[in-house]
Structures are given as structure tokens and as C-alpha cells.
Unconditional design. Sequence first.
Length: 157
Amino acid sequence: MGTGTPLPLSFAEMLQVRAKIQQGFPNLAATFQVTSDTTPKYNCIAWAAGDTSRWWWPSTAYYWPSEAPRIETLDAFVKAFATLGYTPCADGSLEVDSEKVAIYCDMGTPTHMARQMRSGAWTSKLGRSWDIGHIAPAEVGGPLYGSVTLYLSRRRA
């Protein structure tokens, strides 16, 4: 699973993986890192929540906190992450005593989440594909995920 450490691939393999990722995410800086093999076991919402055991999505087919409504709205995602202690915050700037996540929306509907690492860089799970490390949340914004709509934070344990 993604650790923030680059995936140990040969140079040629890494070039192929990076090219495939950059096709879908043209805003990624050249410094992004591939940090896991592909896996359908969990998605970006679960990854942002720190759960690599299952998919999170507000449908009956997947895990979703019972305290949050099972609808694809920003409010439902905020309520789901409130069960983990997250509350809305002003931005994605690094705060040493806080853990932050970003919620991306396209036309008002949540599409993706990313989690800030202790370094201040961000990590994303790309659907059923790889986990990546990237410098800024906006790097995975664009036609597939829309843009960051809201940041949430909680006190670091």
C-alpha cells in the first residue's frame, strides 16, 4: 500500500506507469511519486480516511459511516469524516499538529479525496490504480476529479 515511499520499479517500468498517470492527470508536477501497486481493495475516500481494507462510498454496495447520509453530496462526505474527528478548515496549508484531507468536487458532486502527509505533501489513491505522492492538491484536479472544494482537519494523534 502507499507509504509515501516511491514504488520499487525498474526505470522503464516507472516511466510507463508515470506516463499512464500523467495522461489522466496533466497537472501533476514532474516530482510526483508512485507509492503503491494498483489495487481495487480500497479507493481514494478510504485512503484519505486511512483505511486500506475496503472501499468507502455512500452507496449500499460499499462501507459508509452509519452517521452520514448515503448520498453523493459534500455535506454527506463532511459528515462521514466528522466520524473520524475532522471538521472544515480554511485551507490545505501544513499545520504540524493537524491532519488534513481535501475533498474534490465536479459540478458540486464529490469525486475524490486526498490526504496531507506529515511533510506537507499530499497523497492520493487513483481509483483502482496507484497511490501517488504529489506536492499540491491542485495537481490531481482537472477533468477527472474537478477541483478541491473543501479542506477538513483534525488534531494529529
